[in-house]
Design a protein around this ligand. Structure first.
Ligand code: SF4
Length: 299
């Protein structure tokens, strides 16, 4: 990750694929900040940073890394919530400074994707913001409502399709274990159906590790949520992959996962299922520590 001497506020989160990107906080916190499992911005008041501060950070990035910057991630939690004109202004300011730039990316919940028209997304893409990281977590309507994500499955499908038609790359995030043991298989089957309806460019898997202070952690303590062990998580992942039709890329690239698998769907589906079947024969001790032991640790 390219950290220049910028005025970062609070903890800075970015997708795993942005490890090599220059991180610039276009906003601080999350405009929504209600998802029951998310502890990233607890107590952080959301605000859009003034353009002068964003430009000063870009200049700092230019002074530090010169023309080598090829990717910029605009934090924090929901960059897509910024007004279209603001996003375009930021995109243009980034492109003016970094001639080798290949992409600018932001997080975007369907909550905010749905507010912008295809025409607006085309303008945003023309300004250089060409990739959205979209946290959907599940395709199961019941689990989605319990997570208080604030959008429906139908809205997620419609707005992700609209964004893709406008020319942006859509990277979707699903969360293994988010339905607990009780809805594990429903979560996997419905999530595969959701992905098949929207065919995003890539699907990224992370595994639920309840964050301290969240409603999800409280559900765990009250016995309303049961964590998956490694075999249950792998079995859930297997059902998900089995249901995927593609075309898409599966990227399981997070330290929270018990097993990471990667490949193109449908081309590599049999290979991925073979890896997961193999993992189902391993003893539980060879996987990462049980999730309950990781709660509260920095991953
Ligand atoms: S939209 Fe994203 S950043 Fe905001 S609360 Fe939900 S998961 Fe967290």
């Amino acid at each position: 990750m390219l950290f220049a001497a910028m005025r970062y506020e609070g903890s800075v989160y970015r997708p795993a694929t942005e490890a090599g990107s220059l991180i610039v906080q276009a906003s601080v916190g999350c405009a929504y900040n209600r998802c029951t499992f998310c502890g990233h911005y607890q107590g952080v008041r959301h605000r859009v940073r003034p353009m002068a501060e964003i430009v000063a950070d870009l200049d700092e990035g230019l002074a530090t890394f010169g023309e080598e910057v090829r990717s910029v991630f605009l934090g924090d939690g929901n960059g897509a919530a910024l007004p279209t004109e603001t996003l375009c202004e930021i995109g243009n300011a980034v492109r003016e400074r970094f001639p080798k730039l290949e992409r600018i990316t932001v997080y975007g919940s369907p909550l905010y994707l749905r507010d912008k028209s295809k025409h607006e997304w085309r303008k945003i893409a023309a300004a250089g913001i060409t990739c959205l990281h979209v946290g959907l977590e599940t395709g199961d309507e019941l689990i989605l409502a319990a997570l208080d994500k604030g959008f429906s499955i139908a809205e997620a499908v419609a707005c992700c399709r609209r964004v893709a038609k406008a020319g942006l790359t859509v990277a979707v995030y699903l969360m293994i274990g988010v339905g607990g043991t009780r809805r594990s298989q429903q979560h996997a089957v419905a999530s595969a159906e959701l992905i098949n309806r929207m065919c995003p460019d890539s699907v990224h898997l992370r595994t639920l590790i309840p964050a301290p202070g969240t409603e999800t952690e409280q559900q765990l303590r009250r016995g309303e949520l049961e964590l998956l062990d490694a075999h249950q998580a792998v079995a859930e992942t297997r059902t998900l992959v089995q249901g995927l039709e593609g075309p898409t890329a599966l990227v399981s690239d997070h330290i929270s996962n018990f097993v990471n698998v990667e490949g193109r769907i449908p081309e590599d589906k049999a290979m991925i299922i073979g890896v997961l079947d193999d993992a189902l024969t391993w003893p539980l001790e060879v996987f990462r520590a049980p999730t309950r032991e990781l709660i509260g640790k920095v991953l």
